[in-house]
Design a protein around this ligand. Sequence first.
Ligand code: ADP
Ligand code: MG
Length: 696
Amino acid sequence: MATNKVQSVFGSLTFSDSVMQEKLPKPTYKELQRVIHKGERLDLDIANEVAHAMKEWALEHGATHYTHWFQPLTGITSEKHDSFLTPRGDGTTLMTFSGKELIQGEPDASSFPSGGLRATFEARGYTAWDPTSPAFIKDEVLCIPTAFISYTGEALDKKTPLLRSMVALGNHAKRALSLFGKTPAHVTTTIGPEQEYFLIKEEDYAARPDLVLCGRTLFGCAPVKGQELEEHYFGAIRPTVNEFMKELDDELWKLGVPATTKHNEAAPCQHELAPIYEEGSVAIDHNLLTMEEMRLLASHHGLACLQHEKPFEYVNGSGKHDNWSLVADGKNLLDPSDSPEDNLQFLVFLTCVIAAVDEHADLLRASTASAGNDRRLGGNEAPPAIISVFLGEELDAVIESIVEDRPYTSHGPTTMDLGVPQLADVVRDNTDRNRTSPFAFTGNKFEFRMCGSQQNLSDPTMVLNVAVAEQLDAFATELSVVDESDFVRHAMKWVKKTLTEHRRIIFGGDGYGDEWEAEAARRGLPHLRSTPDALPAIVDPANIELFKRYGVLNEAEARARYVAKAEQYAKLLNIEANTMSYMARHMYLPALIDYSGDIARGLSAKADLGMASASERDLLARLNGGIDAIYASVAELERVNEVARAIDDPAAQDHAYYDEVIPAMEALRVIVDDMERLCSLDCWPVPSYNQMLFYV
Ligand code: ADP
Ligand code: MG
């Protein structure tokens, strides 16, 4: 069979399993597989052989340098390039790469956020090879995915706790599965991250300091047209964007990223890319690579890629859906199947997820909290900041029948036997879709839709994994002591008890409506509106205990993560406030002063002729009023920002930003946007929403 172009390029720049099979001696390959799949320790001899093969392969593909590629608490990726050069001393050089260089790096940790974990006198940090995620070549650099830890072994990154959570989930899922007579070798998380983004003209981007410095527009009056015609979603893709998407696919495929779906999204200039799902940490590495390639390749097409959650007011923001499931030796554990005995198992796993989400709703919410995402959540375009679970009509009915001990009658056409007497059938392909739910069951996986577009999915995935591990642990512990012959009855009893306790989290209605807010409050569900409200959940004693019990984060690591996130929130808002005062003082005020001066001169010339226009006089008065109001408003913003900036306590500082600085930012924006409406296009110092969102 002929191989097509895609097949020949796919993975050509990754040190993939097939490359390893080809390049490594058989025993070395086998040993490495044990390390990857069974989590066994890697010895240095094996590492040396792998490093040698990796280097030879990388050199063949034009690489000159290598880097340990890691994800500090900023959430984005970091790299420092080292060459393979080892000069011989005779004017020539060898190209070398040792096992030690492969498995461990030592970047200076002091320049990365640590939330106080790393004392300043101990700046050392280590990167450690993650052999479960394939190395790849990017721009002539061999990139080795790594975890980043402190000298004392504490996680300084996003990947380490994620990997730990995958181990915890795998172990407890195996315990639960063994009660169903199953002994899979490998149980883990699968993730399919749908990535939304905007593309605008690079020249418009470059002309707006707010986009360049903050990733979002801090000013801008409403465009004459928004997304109300609903023409953009799935609409024909404009040629420039199409060229960009094609190049993006090509580059991602070379890197082994299974990019598959691309389409226009609801807002003008908004698009989405979805890959085929993969194992958790690999999928997240690939999402980070995707985001990086998007930013880079956009410039090849005269475009800029915006990944902020809310680059523009008045139109939808961008999210990243964390499609999540569990897989046991290739079998999806959230896939309802036709066989009765498997359906009880499905019900147990489903129940565990429901209970996990209810038990740690606050933590899940916190895992998606950021200054950017605050602007999107609850805005009638994204789920509210209240966590609930959507199951669809059929599963709702099943759960109701279990909790209330009533016989179950199916509404749907396709049925399957649940294998438990009182549960006759459940619809197989749950195609019901509720776009307003933050956490929806979509047939054979859950879709966590609260995550922000620029976020690293490690945090939400880690929280989900560990929260579900806790429920599987509870199930396995309780059921391991019951008599085998009575397993089904006891398992159903556990399911019923657990669902009864956690039923309040299930909600199938309109998550965007105000009624839901009131109903959620009645149910006692947490509504953590803002990042400052949400973040403290990370250090809630029950949550710290959860992290500790499953070996995902110790208390110091959890506290450090809280501090790092809280500090990041304040720092981002400080930058936004600074950018606003910079733009107001150096761009908007001068433009308004010039423009009103022109009008005044024209007006006085006309007055000399006895022809002064009343509307020009009115316009001038309004511009003058605007200039004074902006002047006063910038000063007020600077004042409150200074007060907030000086606060030491991270929680108090975040609240000051939310309560004082954001309102001052909004007040300034309103005045500037009003002035934009009065001015000629020529005098306005930055591109307008009309220009940016509706380019040709
Ligand atoms: P939507 O209708 O939400 O756009 P799709 O059916 O296109 O959803 O799937 C969205 C994402 O979910 C894709 O990235 C897909 O690979 C992923 N996905 C599908 N099955 C699973 C699974 N079992 N685990 C994790 N992700 C999955
Ligand atoms: Mg989706």
